[in-house]
Design a protein. Sequence first.
Length: 403
Amino acid sequence: MARSSLEARSGLNIVVGITGGIAAYKTVSVIRTLVLAGHDVHVIATEAALRFVGMPTLEAISRNPVHTDLYEGVAQVRHVALGQAADLVLIAPATANTLAKIAAGMADDLLGNTILASNAPVVLAPAMHTEMWANKATAANVALLRERGFLFIGPAVGQLTGDDSGAGRLAEPDDIVAAALRAVISQDLRGKSIVISAGGTREALDPVRFIGNRSSGKQGVALAQAAAARGAAVTLVAANLEVPTPPSVSVLPVSSSAELQAAIQQAALSADVVIMAAAVSDYRPAAVAEGKIKKESQGDQLTLTLVKNPDVLAALVTSRRAGQTVIGFAAETETDSERLVQLGRDKVARKGCDYLVVNSVGWSAGFATDSNTVVILNGAGDIVGEAAGSKLSVAHRILDLLV
């Protein structure tokens, strides 16, 4: 059963089982993606799997010890504890032998015990040669497992080991991750169109230099990732991001505040929700030099004339269509919590947005970090939510407001 949106706010406890197929090397990317998304990943590798991928690699990528032996951790009853604690069990690759053993309910190794001991959704990503996938025994096992509620992703059709090609190729890592998370995270935003801005704008001084800010785009990207995982169609207006974008969202790259405004206003025309998480420059140079500004021609001081940029958030509020929700962000250096909230109330009154996410930033907080602490105000200035933790968990808390 999928978690509710409230339960999904923090990272999931995910067991990734790896079995003995050449496609096991792809599972390293699956684990890495899940870990970077803020989930706690515990790898169970069969003896055959370790012939294809080394334990040091799996431990380094998962950031947890790799479990292999049915009889290790007996005092902690690990052969059932891993399954009992899991929010999700993902087997990738799932070989023909593995599918047969699961269908038969076998528990002769740690992975089999974990599956039997877990009430969490189990997602299977098969990988094998075409003849093995088409074999009647495998087909019967797959049908039985589907009937029992096991979920499948793939296999895909494509190049296999050696010169072979056909059905049986392991699904791509990003597709496996997306399918796995859909199994456990509520799809409460399905059918919604959400536009999110992320990153920091840059205002050119000359072809070499710019005025910018320290936003990495991590919080905006986390919002896009969380919204997509919950079923929304997401468009990300990306301003100079320092982090990868989720594969399941549409990305519109921009650089300056003018480019961001044009892109987000166009995207917002058909959106149900617009979230302005990007850090937009308040000012831009009055003139941009055609060539590099040389210090030899400027002397000891360089004087810049800046002009005010248009207010992107206020413009979105003014032009929003009926029923559209607009969420703004306010990054402040104020450390006193009461004064921070008051700054937020002043801003939401000026902007007129439906919600405002207020967070304190500084040299070592907010920007370019993996965690965040926010207070969420509604249009009347009332506190309707608070969140602290990974930026993905904060993103889910913000999106809970839409539900």
